[in-house]
Write a protein of this length. Structure first.
Length: 370
């Protein structure tokens, strides 16, 4: 029985990055032997065990065979006679198909270290085409590392899309990879790779159609999502930045289809509805300021304004911070409107409470903006 650290931990160690999670492959062992050694089995699809002390994952070396379309259509074979090289061959990219033994030796049968140095994402074998999730993973790794996709890998991804493999992706997996890609260093690389292989039209067709309608939109979209990443914005801001050029109905449709979380969906729809006024704060009147605050639900959830400010910064193409005209006008308007004593107005004008409160807020905002 031999154990090896595999995959991302080996890759990240070679890149000089912090290694957070370590996965292990066990060669020459059976499930019974693992149990005798105190490992706890987890998962129903294939033999994975938790170490009795470190609780890290140890998987028996295995091979796999495609049996049906989609990413779930596989059967696995794990036994003591499966070699490490056979296990590594089933992995997606050469940079993820390396292992390190207990003595520190590097096992790299597919040139992963070479591709790391060259900044290349290259598939290990034609078995790559059996799992459509790998299209999304390649795009995400491009966003994380800024690596180029090998021409032969990009060609294979195109053939997968043309064969309809991307159509088998379930919404949960699409969202999972989009979310991770948006949180990477250069999210625009994810979009570029998906567009190059044709997958953008399959998984995010609303964005693909918008780019086709207005080719100049690509540069603005690229700059916006990457700046949101450099600003360290939370996921809802990055997601809204991705969809800001879509119509609100398109944002709602896309978000529903990929099951985007409610906070991401709500901010993206709100931003799409408000994008033109937010791009021209100099045109705000007391009425439009109050309307924007009400639609943003700023009286109950003022934190949403901060998210909108970050989005506007990313859309403007620079980080202009606390002195922005939009921030100053909206924050001043909110403070003035919240200073209105709604209880007093309700007591004095019980016949028209909503209208009286709105008129008082408008007067307060107008005075604050003068």
């Amino acid at each position: 029985m031999k154990t090896y650290v595999v995959g991302g931990a080996v890759r990240d160690q070679l890149l000089g990055l912090d290694v957070r999670d370590r996965d292990h492959v066990v060669v020459g062992a059976s499930p019974e032997e693992m149990a005798r050694r105190g490992f706890k089995p987890v998962g129903a699809d294939f033999p994975v065990f938790l170490h009795p002390e470190t609780h890290e994952e140890y998987a028996l070396a295995r091979t796999e065979r495609k049996t049906a379309p989609g990413y779930k259509g596989f059967t696995f074979h794990a036994s003591p006679d499966v070699t490490l090289e056979e296990d590594l061959k089933r992995r997606d990219l050469t940079i993820n198909a390396m292992a390190r033994g207990t003595e520190g030796e590097l096992v790299d049968p597919h040139g992963g270290e070479r591709d790391l140095r060259a900044g290349i994402l290259r598939h290990v074998s034609e078995a790559f085409a059996e799992d459509p999730v790998r299209i999304l993973r390649v795009a995400r790794f491009a966003a994380r590392f800024g690596f180029a996709v090998a021409p032969e890998t990009l060609a294979l991804m195109r053939r997968m899309v043309e064969a309809g493999e991307a159509d088998a992706l379930v919404p949960e997996r699409v969202w999972q990879e989009v979310e991770r890609g948006l949180m990477e260093r250069t999210p625009s690389r994810m979009l570029a790779v998906l567009a190059e292989c044709g997958a953008l039209a399959r998984v995010l067709p609303e964005i693909d159609r918008a780019l086709a309608r207005a080719p100049g939109m690509l540069a603005r979209l690229t700059a916006r999502v990457d700046l949101a990443s450099r600003m360290g914005s939370p996921l809802p801001v990055r997601y809204a930045a991705l969809l800001l050029d879509l119509e609100p109905e398109e944002v709602a449709s896309l978000s529903a289809r990929i099951n985007a979380p409610g906070d991401c969906r709500d901010l993206a729809v709100l931003a799409a509805r408000e994008r033109e006024p937010l791009r021209h704060p100099e045109a705000f009147t007391a009425e439009t300021l109050l309307g924007a605050l009400e639609r943003c639900d700023a009286f109950r959830r003022p934190e949403r304004l901060e998210l909108l400010f970050q989005l506007v910064q990313a859309d403007a193409g620079h980080m202009y911070g606390k002195d922005s005209a939009l921030r100053q006008r909206l924050e001043r308007a909110l403070a003035a409107a919240r200073g209105v004593d709604a209880g007093k107005i309700a007591r004095e004008q019980p016949g028209d409470i909503p209208g009286a409160i709105q008129r008082a807020r408008l007067a307060a905002i107008a005075a604050a903006q003068a």
